[in-house]
Design a binder for this molecule. Structure first.
Ligand code: ZN
Ligand code: ZN
Ligand code: ZN
Length: 158
């Protein structure tokens, strides 16, 4: 997947067509929201962002579209432990690139970081090699999330 795809509206590149999906307005609009790929968005977040301009797109449609985009590998689904799925553009389509998460249990803030220390990268590589041997499982990716308290919440002693 060419890296630069994340810098233009994805549907213009025939994204859905390539995967054999019909391009509907809802799919285009929702993909455009992700195209900025700055935040981790829930279905409700997206619905609220587009509702005013596109009142015809229901929350159910948003849910359904997110599932499709996730299955196609266009967006990634995350569980930050608050019972609400969040989505972001898949890292290979996104300016942010591959990153890990720091999730604050106090305020729910999610920090993306890609300045992995060498030890972290080595550690993950070692685990992946070990697991793929042990389970004869071809690993194609991973998600790493650390939970804790951000500086503001630590100060408040939440
Ligand atoms: Zn990683
Ligand atoms: Zn916090
Ligand atoms: Zn992220």
């Amino acid at each position: 997947m060419p890296y630069h795809l994340g810098f233009g509206p994805l549907h213009r590149y025939g994204f859905y067509k390539r995967y054999g999906f019909r391009t509907t307005q809802a799919r285009q609009v929702i993909l455009d929201v992700f195209y900025n790929c700055k935040e981790h968005l829930s279905a409700e977040d997206i619905y609220l962002k587009i509702h005013k301009k596109y009142p015809g797109i229901s929350l159910t449609t948003v849910y359904r579209t997110l599932e499709i985009l996730n299955r196609l590998g266009i967006i990634e689904k995350h569980d930050f432990g608050d019972g609400r799925a969040r989505y972001e553009l898949a890292h290979h389509l996104c300016k942010k690139g591959h990153h890990h998460h720091l999730v604050c249990s106090g305020c729910g803030k999610v920090i993306d970081y890609d300045d992995l220390v060498d030890k972290e990268t080595d550690f993950i590589k070692t685990i992946e090699e070990h697991l793929s041997k042990r389970y004869r499982f071809k690993i194609t990716g991973h998600l790493v999330q650390f939970f804790g308290m951000c500086p503001e919440c630590s100060k408040k002693g939440k």
